[in-house]
Design a protein around this ligand. Structure first.
Ligand SMILES: [Zn+2]
Length: 120
């Protein structure tokens, strides 16, 4: 159970975000985590928290927006890449070696943002 990081333990190793709205929701979520020092933004095309505001202007800062970040608790690296030309985005976590006794990953197509937004 040591591997169940309270910050990123529930995040799937890979996720595909089908819509800009999903991507921006995730950016806002990750940006909030960064502001709480739960996430370290290692590298990025532009400030993560400013992306939703930038997107509202109707123009993206680049054709490919990349953010590399690291969980400050377990040092797991996360890579979030958005292809603004094709309107798709994906996310990958490095060193994704889930423990054998881990809970099954969320259903296919679920994004980390949705995982956080669990309705009770
Ligand atoms: Zn973590």
């Amino acid at each position: 159970m040591d591997d169940a990081c309270p910050t990123c333990g529930r995040w799937p190793p890979r996720a595909r975000l089908q819509s800009p709205a999903d991507y921006l929701a995730l950016c806002a979520h990750l940006g909030a985590l960064a502001e709480q020092d739960l996430l370290d933004i290692v590298d990025g095309t532009c400030p993560l928290v400013e992306l939703p505001a930038i997107a509202r202007t109707g123009s993206w800062p680049a054709d490919t927006i990349t953010h590399r970040m690291r969980c400050t608790r377990c040092q797991r690296e996360l890579l979030l890449v958005a292809d603004t030309l094709h309107g798709s985005a994906s996310w990958t976590t490095a060193h994704a070696t889930p423990p054998a006794d881990a809970d099954p990953a969320p259903a296919e197509g679920g994004s980390p943002a949705n995982a956080q937004r669990r309705t009770t």
